[in-house]
Design a protein around this ligand. Structure first.
Ligand SMILES: NC(=O)c1ccc[n+]([C@@H]2O[C@H](COP(=O)([O-])OP(=O)(O)OC[C@H]3O[C@@H](n4cnc5c(N)ncnc54)[C@H](OP(=O)(O)O)[C@@H]3O)[C@@H](O)[C@H]2O)c1
Length: 332
């Protein structure tokens, strides 16, 4: 496959639309594999990366996309990489060129062979959100909390949290921003879903948070919501900001910090991955084989070809709660 070309969506400059181009098929280095990409989702991290507001070593021009699924067609050498040859896999691509292309390279340690009954579409979102929810459960267990609050709860990750935390006996107080999102979460088995645009939102949240002693807040929105929600939670509570969907700074009053012992921290999967051992990573990734079919599954809204490029990204941003939009790079 050396010197052969492939179709890819290229981000020439941050903030500019994606351009469909023919570029060289990347070659795997030692410990890497080359994957023929079958499905790859558009995530909030991609939208943020394309705007130039995401922390990544990837520089423009480049191919965006952080995760996907496909078939391993070449090994760059090494025991793990060789063992993956010809396997159907889910993978994450952290190098200079990502998954919005017909082929992508991946570190073999971040490649998960998928079971025969898992489709490429189901497997495409196996890493970013599922591993973050696993990291979140670990955070909750370390804090010895029995209940948490989450914002943007109708997101793919929010729905995973509802299912996975229920399985582990953790109560979730869910915050959404539209009335129709309440039923989406009830259908997932959520007990408490609050609309932040309702007048009685904060007093109702406070009653639940105090009753359940919910001391951890997973916040994907930031802005004024971070401090408002935290102020309705018990003294000593911590907000873990893991997304910035409002595109605003997270705010908290000094009173909360000084007199109520409340705090704000960040939570980032990339950082969490550096805190666990190779063995722990292997165990977590193997766990995903079953979990992506059950608690950590992802709803899919639509498939798009690479030709639909930036139009697909715009459509996703307009309608994020409907499920993931997937690029199907092999579609002509
Ligand atoms: N830190 C990490 O390591 C990490 C890892 C994975 C994911 N994340 C973050 O997790 C979040 C969810 O990701 P996802 O893939 O699950 O997203 P998703 O499925 O695309 O859903 C995004 C959700 O956010 C809601 N939303 C968008 N803008 C909002 C705003 N200004 N205020 C309140 N809600 C808003 C959307 O609701 P509407 O339909 O109402 O717009 C939708 O329900 C993102 O912020 C992502 O960056 C972080």
């Amino acid at each position: 496959m050396e010197n052969q070309k492939m179709k890819a969506l290229v981000l020439e400059e941050f903030g500019q639309p994606l351009v469909l181009k023919e570029i060289d098929i990347p070659q795997p280095n030692q410990g890497e594999v080359l994957v023929r990409v079958e499905s790859t989702p558009i995530n909030p991290s991609d939208a943020s990366f394309m705007k130039g507001s995401y922390s990544s070593s990837r520089k423009a021009p480049c191919v965006p996309g952080f995760e996907g699924s496909g078939v391993v067609v070449k090994s760059g050498g090494g025991e793990v990489a060789d063992s993956l040859l010809n396997k159907r896999v889910a993978f994450t691509a952290g190098g200079q060129n990502g998954t919005f292309a017909q082929y992508a390279t991946a570190n073999a340690n971040f490649v998960l062979p998928i079971e025969d009954d898992v489709t490429f579409n189901q497997a495409a979102s196996s890493f970013v959100n599922p591993l973050t929810v696993i990291a979140m459960l670990e955070t909750v267990q370390q804090a010895n909390a029995k209940a948490v609050v989450q914002s943007a709860a109708a997101s793919a990750l929010g729905r995973m949290m509802v299912r996975y935390f229920k399985q582990h006996g953790i109560e979730v107080i869910n915050i959404v921003r539209r009335p129709e999102q309440i039923q989406i979460l009830k259908n997932e088995g959520a007990n408490i879903v609050l609309n932040s645009n309702q007048e009685d939102f904060l007093p109702t949240l406070k009653a639940h948070a105090i009753e359940l002693n919910a001391t951890v807040f997973f916040d994907a929105v930031a802005g004024p919501l971070t401090g408002q929600v935290l102020s309705s939670m018990p003294n000593g509570s911590t907000a873990y900001v893991y997304g910035a969907l409002s595109l605003q700074e997270a705010s908290i009053s000094p009173t909360q910090l000084i007199f109520r012992d409340q705090s704000i921290k960040g939570l980032w999967l990339t950082k969490w991955l550096t805190t666990i051992s190779k063995e722990q990573l292997k165990t977590a990734i193997l766990k995903l084989q079953k979990l992506i079919k059950t608690e950590l599954r992802t709803e899919i809204a639509q498939e798009c070809s690479l030709q639909e490029g930036s139009q697909a990204v715009r459509q996703y941003i307009k309608n994020m709660s409907s499920g993931k939009i997937l690029f199907k790079p092999q579609l002509q």
